[in-house]
Design a binder for this molecule. Structure first.
Ligand code: AMP
Ligand code: DBH
Length: 568
């Protein structure tokens, strides 16, 4: 395997929250002097003897010494993570470096997540489904020092993916990340580390806690995934408040079924919320209801977070099998719109309280609360974490709509970013001059302040809670020599919420015999993650246009939906 020395450029500075706001957030105690690596270490110390994690491990030894299920205290986890931090440092990962973390929900995910933080580096939260196109983009954009993956998990030949994109980067005169293969066994350290490698200063502030801590991915509103720079203090504020709002305690046993790298899973209240409270984490090896239900019973799970399609699958399965879910007390649903009809079946069928979560990796998170009336929990997506989360609902010209009307949601606050990492152009469009993030969501605010998501203005497809920017699919389709024009659309779907459809106009002289198959092969060869590949392809001879000559997505969608109704 190729190896490269890692002398990396410093993290670039990024638009942070201006001092006037920052001073207020400090004064109100929202932002405190703590970094994420320190937070993780002190959680591992204060909960050292409590059960921290039940998970499958694919390279670390389980209880009987063989790879399998691990059942660790926070103390044991810390000793493995200390070893991971050392391995990363030996691989040349230094303070301020960016590290692509690409692992499924196994014990190694947490071990290396902590290891990266403790080595003073910044994780970049890739998904196991990402392929060479996405990985190359993240490596380029972040000048990543290392790529952590495992050659021992299924799903893909990660070593081969690495070789492909690393070769591409070399061809461009860039230095690819070094490989850290998690399949190589790790001996736990005798003692957890004394102190993490200090955080380096990269931004304007001198405070370590106000530096960028990691880069989260966004479905974004345009183009390929953008990188979201979150700072230690702002993120930890959202974590502490989330843990409080969601009622986490030492007795909480949290099931993790959604991808661990998601912002929802990390922080709403998620994995970091569990660390804060000293709760136990139970990682499911796969998201199937069967696996989840047997873990819930065996591990006495109390708390779980789902996306709407998964909630529907749980309901359908529970109705048939009547599993023992007696321990389960809260089911969170977020990441995409939950229909009230589905919401209404959660308590009766799963026997747990529903909590709706409407969040975004850029910041703002809303929760329905324990004291909310049932109707509110079923029909709204909750209220913001912070009294200082500013919410504006505006029309197409940024004018506030009248109370209770639907409009574009803009937000600014103590844990919402002011700009993406290295995206000057997108930042001009994605944020207002006074720093509000344009969420691309259409919402209306109920009289009590509860937010209801009523639509979406951004050209994005939400498949199983995974966000897909239509531009990314269209831009790639247009590199196909036989395609003259292409429009990607989300079509409603019972099992995944929305599926990607692509309407193409062939170039003169081109005809497709099996367009879906041919384009599937084309997108796969181009290295696009499978979940973004169009599942429906329609060939049109021309596209509908508006009276100013732009492609009318609205009309195209209507045509397509009518067509699909007749020919599903
Ligand atoms: P991202 O910016 O990629 O983190 O995705 C966040 C987006 O997911 C939000 O802006 C919404 O479009 C969508 N989303 C998240 N939670 C919900 C929810 N509960 N209801 C409706 N949409 C949601
Ligand atoms: O969809 C999301 O990005 C999301 C949903 C719920 C999120 O980032 C969050 C909670 O924190």
């Amino acid at each position: 395997m190729l190896t490269y020395s890692s002398q990396r450029t410093p993290l670039e500075s990024t638009p942070l929250i201006p001092e006037a706001f920052a001073a207020r957030y400090r004064e109100l105690g929202y932002w405190v002097e703590e970094t994420i690596p320190d937070f993780l270490l002190s959680a591992c110390r204060s909960h050292a003897d409590r059960q921290g994690l039940v998970a499958l491990a694919h390279s670390l030894p389980g209880k009987d010494g063989k790879p399998g299920q691990v059942r660790w205290t926070y103390g044991e986890l810390a000793r493995y993570a200390t070893a991971a931090a050392r391995r990363l440092s030996e691989a040349g990962v230094g303070p301020g470096d960016r590290v692509l973390l690409q692992l499924p929900n196994t014990a190694e995910y947490l071990v290396y997540l902590l290891g990266i933080f403790w080595a003073g580096a910044l994780p970049v939260f890739c998904l196991p489904q990402h392929r060479q196109k996405e990985l190359a983009h993240f490596a380029r954009r972040t000048d990543a020092a290392a790529h952590v993956f495992s050659t021992a998990t299924g799903g893909a030949d990660f070593a081969a993916l690495y070789e492909t994109y690393a070769g591409e980067l070399v061809g461009e005169g860039l230095v690819p990340p070094v490989v850290v293969d998690v399949a190589e066994p790790l001996e736990p350290a005798e003692q957890p580390l004394e102190a993490p490698v200090a955080v380096v200063r990269t931004g304007e502030s001198d405070r370590p806690s106000e530096q960028v801590a990691f880069l989260q991915l966004s479905g974004g509103t345009t183009g390929v995934s953008k990188l979201i720079p979150r700072t230690h203090a702002a993120y930890l504020y959202s974590v502490r408040e989330s843990a409080r709002i969601c009622g986490l305690t030492e007795d909480t046993r949290m099931l993790v079924v959604l991808p661990a790298a998601h912002n929802f899973t990390m922080s709403s209240p998620g994995i970091l919320g569990a660390f804060h409270a000293g709760a136990s984490l139970v990682f499911a090896a796969d998201p199937s209801p069967q696996t989840a239900f047997s873990l819930i019973e065996a591990e006495q799970v109390t708390f779980a977070a789902l996306v709407p399609p998964l909630a529907q699958a749980w309901i359908a399965s529970a109705e048939r099998r009547a599993p023992n879910l007696a321990s389960l007390s809260t089911v969170q649903v977020g990441g995409a719109k939950l229909l009230p009809a589905v919401a209404a079946r959660i308590q009766p069928v799963l026997g747990a309280h529903l909590q709706q979560v409407f969040g975004m990796a850029e910041g703002l998170v809303n929760y329905t609360r324990a004291g909310d009336p049932q109707e509110t929990v079923l029909t709204t997506q909750g209220t913001p974490i912070s009294p200082d989360d500013e919410i504006r609902v505006v029309d197409d010209y940024d004018r506030d709509v009248s109370e209770g009307q639907s409009g574009h949601l803009l937000t600014r606050g103590p844990y919402t970013i002011r700009g993406y990492y290295r995206e000057d152009r997108a930042n001009r469009d994605g944020f207002t001059e006074d720093g509000f993030y344009r969420t691309g969501d259409i919402v209306k605010v109920h009289p009590g302040g509860h937010i209801e998501v009523t639509g979406r203005a951004k050209d994005q497809i939400n498949r199983n809670g995974e966000k897909i920017a239509v531009d990314e699919i269209e831009d790639l389709a247009l590199t196909h020599p036989g395609i003259h024009d292409a429009v990607a659309l989300g079509i409603p779907d019972k099992t995944v919420g929305e599926r990607v459809a692509l309407v193409v106009v062939p170039a003169p002289g081109t005809s497709f015999t099996n367009p879906r198959r041919e384009l599937h092969d084309f997108f796969t060869a181009a290295g696009l993650a499978a979940y973004k590949i169009p599942e429906r392809v329609e060939v049109y001879s021309s596209l509908p246009v508006t009276n100013i000559g732009k492609i009318s997505r609205r009309e195209l969608r209507e045509q397509l939906l009518t067509h699909l109704k007749k020919q599903p």
